[in-house]
Write a protein that binds this ligand. Sequence first.
Ligand SMILES: [Zn+2]
Length: 308
Amino acid sequence: MATNNTKKVSLSPAQINEQLQVILNKTASAENYQLEAETVKTYNLIVNIEQSLPGKEKGLSNYYLLFNAWIRWLSDWKNYSLNLMHRRRLIGHLEQQLGKGRFILEIYPYSSKLYGIKTEGWKTLIQLHEALDYMTEYDCKRLAAFVNRRRWSELKKLVAEYQERGSQWKELSLHFQQTKANPTHENHTRGRYYDLEKVFTACNQRNFGGKMARPKVIHWSPRVNHSTMGSYNINEDILMINRGLDRPDVPAYVLDFVMYHELLHKALGIKTSGTRKMAHTKEFRELEQSHPDYERAQSFIQKNAKRL
Ligand SMILES: [Zn+2]
């Protein structure tokens, strides 16, 4: 039977988050006999949210995009189980230290913050970054003890050491950044009028003799931009084209040129001159000017960028 999962979520990220925290905590602290059923139920809920998240709409807030990234992360069974295991451990240690019902544990996909502790009446609110999921049992135990004894500097040191040691922290922040910039799909290439996959293939044939490797991710920018036509992230191999160019009155040669410019960054990398990092070197500019539509593409962009 076909199921319809295209229903849009009308709840705000804060509301979804609140529900999710409650359910995840419930699953993490569930009694053994109901654990399996609760776990499967929660996982299905996450997958449902993931499938109905808005992604293609323009103008989504930063928080929404970060939240999308987190749900996508959790909708992978492996990550979800890790999240639960971590919660379960922490809840156990926090209960031992602070006592049952004396704390609220919340996990977030923060962009920079790693944790926050607040005392609200007789309850302690403990907010942790999702990337702390990889903590060892021993560190979870120490974390709970430091919170209980209010040893803030030791807690800070523990988290800083964890951050320094682990590559997972880096990977996860990178994942959130990437998914945030590109919430719908790794390679969200299909626009209304242009498909960047086709733009890339044609550009590669035309200008690189088909020899240019496809960037790991190609996608439209989440929003229309009036000054930046494209960007290339060399560390992550992500090529982004301004959504404003996805219009029937933008000629194909303009897209070909913008794609070419960004692919040149991939081909040439970043040169260092003294302490300055150079992306648009003399060599870059010469190659850029050798594009068959260099003049008219440049003048089209200059004339039309503001009204895109
Ligand atoms: Zn450039």
